[in-house]
Each structure stands twice: as structure tokens, then as C-alpha cells.
Ligand binder design. Structure first.
Ligand SMILES: C[S@@+](CC[C@H](N)C(=O)[O-])C[C@H]1O[C@@H](n2cnc3c(N)ncnc32)[C@H](O)[C@@H]1O
Length: 279
């Protein structure tokens, strides 16, 4: 039986594939995935769709820009929920007084520490990195506070590759807790799938495999802006298709580097990238 933690190796493999491209949109020198995870990403997703879904590297690169911009704007507290094997904290030169907190399950963080140790001395962040081993379906907020989270400081919350795995109630509970811990001027960078993906014929074999492996997506948002407004967030939301083929009705935000048109793959209309501020 898989656990959702193994999907952290898949997204790492997707970042690695992008990094290997001559026309890369993301450069991630420390992907930390194993050969078995690379193979599984290939077998479950890449070989079925015929491509590695660009949403993963696009999300990572735009997430980098969001984190950089927040740091330039004076934000000194970043909390990555379900950080997985993402090594953004190591690939970005962030201010030394910025605290970057990474929350994930204890087993994932242990595995990650081992892989980081194998990666050697280069794997040291410039900013202050704090690991928080916690289950996001339990009292993770208490753990975060005990680890030094400052509820009065503006926070950038990063929630990448998690919400689709949670059912609608769990998503709502998590984001309500996040909002309750957000000082005025805080931000949220997250992603979610569009519910239409569950009926998309070409995606059915991928979803079947996710189901067999015990990691099937459990929810989606048709309208992230309205969804988040109900919890006190003012959000902008773009599908990968919106970004790869911008339309006047929903242009990319000014800070977004142009997403290559090759990111407009057969699943690109089903995946939202969302940037929100406290309302
Ligand atoms: C698809 S990975 C995404 C990882 C990373 N954010 C990225 O973009 O590569 C999902 C992550 O969610 C974490 N996760 C799943 N359920 C969790 C829970 N209940 N508490 C904490 N982390 C959880 C997994 O361990 C895994 O690292």
C-alpha cells in the first residue's frame, strides 16, 4: 500500500525532468528523488499521458517567484504545509532573518533528512529553516506554534500538491485554520484541481492508477476565488492553460514569468494555481 507521502517523490521526479530540459522553466538542482520514485512517476503518469504534467514545475517556479516577492516585500515567515521533498528553501537565496517552516509527516521528514545528508554540504539554506513534524489532519497548528511560529507576523503560506488529496471538508478545515493563524497582510500560494478532471476520459487511466495505489485525489474546486472568499481570502486563480495561453479575461499576474505554450497539455485546463491575500 502506498501512502500519499510517496507522491512527494513523484513531484520531485517531475521537477527533475523539467530541470533536464534545454528550455527549462524551472531549475531545481536538488530534487532528492529515488530511482524507484522516478520509475513510478514514469509508469503511473508519464507513460500514460505521454508527457510529464507541466503543472508541477510551473507551480514550483511560480511558487519561487511568490516566495521571492514576499521576502522583498518584508515578509519574514514562510510556512510550507506538506513540503515534501521540495527544496525551494535551499535553491533560493532568501534573507538570513527569514524563517522558512516546513511541515510534513514525521516519516517523510526523516527520509528527507537522510537524502539531504547524502546530498552533502551544498544543502544548507541561507535563511533559517525549521522542520515541523506534524499530521495536518491533527493538531499541527499547536506544533507550529511550539516550533516558533509567530501569529502576529505576516506569513506566506505555501500549500502545493496537497489540497486535491483532501476531501472537501478537510480542505475547508485546513484553510480555515490557516486563515485563523494569518496576521493581516498574509498571503497564500496553493493549487487545486478542477472537478471536471474526474470526468476527463484521457485522465481516467491515471486516476485509476492513483486509486489502485491508494492516493486518489478526493476533491476539486470549480471556482477557487469564491471558495476562498468565503474564508476571508481575496484570491486570483489561473489554470495552467490560462497561463500558457493568456486570455484578456484572466491574464497572468504581473510578477509571473511567461509560462511556455508547451505547458498547455491535455490536462492543463484542470489544474488551478492560486495566489491569495487576507481580505
Ligand atoms: C504530492 S506531495 C507534494 C509535496 C510538495 N509540496 C511538492 O510540491 O513537491 C504531498 C505531500 O503531502 C504530505 N502529506 C500528506 N498528508 C499529510 C498529512 N496528513 N500531514 C502532513 N503532510 C501530509 C506528504 O507527506 C507529501 O509530502
Amino acid at each position: 500500500m502506498q501512502t500519499i507521502s510517496s507522491t512527494a517523490g513523484w513531484t520531485a521526479a517531475a521537477r527533475e525532468l523539467e530541470t533536464a530540459r534545454a528550455d527549462r522553466f524551472l531549475e531545481d538542482p536538488l530534487t532528492l528523488c529515488t530511482e524507484a520514485e522516478r520509475r513510478q512517476w514514469h509508469d503511473v503518469v508519464v507513460s500514460v499521458l505521454g508527457y510529464s504534467p507541466p503543472v508541477v514545475p510551473v507551480r514550483a517556479r511560480l511558487g519561487d517567484e511568490v516566495v521571492r516577492a514576499a521576502a522583498e516585500d518584508g515578509v519574514r515567515q514562510v510556512v510550507s504545509l506538506a513540503a515534501g521533498l521540495e527544496s525551494r528553501v535551499l535553491r533560493l537565496e532568501l534573507p538570513t532573518d527569514l524563517v522558512y517552516m516546513e511541515v510534513d509527516l514525521p516519516a517523510l521528514l526523516e527520509a528527507r533528512s537522510l537524502r539531504l545528508a547524502q546530498a552533502g554540504a551544498a544543502a544548507r539554506p541561507v535563511c533559517r529553516r525549521v522542520e515541523v513534524a506534524a499530521d495536518l489532519s491533527e493538531d499541527w497548528d499547536r506544533r507550529l506554534r511550539e516550533s516558533g511560529f509567530d501569529p502576529l507576523a505576516r506569513t506566506l503560506w505555501v500549500v502545493e500538491g496537497l489540497l486535491p488529496y483532501l476531501d472537501a471538508d478537510a480542505c475547508h478545515t485546513l484553510l480555515r485554520t490557516v486563515r485563523g493563524m494569518s496576521a493581516p497582510g498574509s498571503q497564500l500560494w496553493c493549487d487545486h484541481v478542477h472537478p471536471d478532471v474526474f470526468a476527463a476520459a484521457h485522465y481516467a487511466p491515471v486516476l485509476r492508477s492513483l486509486d489502485e495505489l491508494g492516493v486518489l485525489w478526493a476533491s476539486g474546486w470549480a471556482d477557487p476565488v469564491t471558495q476562498l472568499a468565503a474564508d476571508g481570502w481575496q484570491a486570483g486563480a489561473w489554470t495552467v492553460k490560462d497561463l500558457a495561453r493568456p486570455e484578456p479575461g484572466n491574464p497572468p499576474a504581473v510578477w509571473m514569468p511567461p509560462v511556455p505554450t508547451r505547458a498547455d497539455t491535455s490536462d492543463s485546463g484542470y489544474h488551478w494555481l492560486i495566489w491569495a491575500h487576507t481580505a
